[in-house]
Design a protein around this ligand. Structure first.
Ligand code: C5P
Length: 215
């Protein structure tokens, strides 16, 4: 039986993981999963269900049975049969997602789902802990990094030129929570190739990664 090709791409917010992963998966003709969409979907569920992040530790694990998240492609997210794709990039979700993502039971549940998705497929999976926790045996691991300034500028272009300082603060806030949490913090896996992409564009980033994968 042929072993599956698993490529993990991790990195901080707005480092280009998603765009790189989508293009790489397309060029290699394999699947793609943005695990951040799943953390955003579960955050949306908790906010809408008024489940406070401070109390969730006490919540019965049965709650996860009520949460059905599907990510059919790189952009769409279905939560309990409702398309929430346009709801999960709101400021409300942005502000809370890294808090819920630091909760052990949330991570266990989503990691299990992500591992199931990868089980029988060739896939590029992007996130914060793919190389370290979700797919520790991935064939290839990359960690995209980029200066905070360059990331804020990229995000500004994406979000109708919101103020630079504001973007920088928002990205930095999530990075700090993601890097400093106890469970599955955002760190490069020991065997990851670090790709610092401040001065290379999307196509160059994908080419660099693809050359490593195919050689
Ligand atoms: O990738 P994106 O910025 O959409 O992810 C949103 C948030 O989800 C991150 O800031 C992080 O808190 C959380 N996340 C995570 N682990 C992942 C993917 C995302 O903790 N594998």
């Amino acid at each position: 039986m042929k072993a599956n090709l698993h490529i993990a791409i991790d990195g901080p917010a707005a480092s280009g993981k998603t765009d790189t992963g989508i293009l790489l998966a397309k060029e290699l003709g394999i699947s793609f999963l943005d695990t951040g969409l799943m953390y955003r979907a579960i955050t949306y569920y908790f906010i809408k269900s008024q489940i406070d992040e401070n109390n969730i530790q006490c919540i019965d694990k049965g709650i996860f049975e009520k949460i059905n998240i599907q990510v059919p492609d790189s952009q769409n997210v279905i939560l309990n049969n409702i398309d929430i794709s346009n709801m999960i990039f709101s400021d409300e979700v942005n502000n809370k997602v890294s808090i819920y993502a630091g909760i052990q039971s949330v991570r266990e549940n989503l990691v299990m789902k992500q591992q199931l998705i990868a089980e029988n497929s060739d896939i590029v999976m992007v996130g914060r802990d793919v190389g370290t926790v979700v797919l520790p045996k991935a064939n290839f691991k990359f960690f995209l990094d980029c200066s905070l300034n360059a990331r804020a500028i990229r995000r500004m272009h994406q979000s109708d030129k919101k103020k630079f300082v504001n973007e920088k603060n928002k990205i930095n806030y999530r990075d700090l929570l993601d890097k400093n949490r106890e469970i599955s913090p955002l760190i490069p896996s020991d065997d990851a190739v670090i790709v610092f992409n401040d001065h290379i564009n999307l196509k160059e980033t994908v080419k660099l990664i693809k050359d490593i994968v195919l050689n």
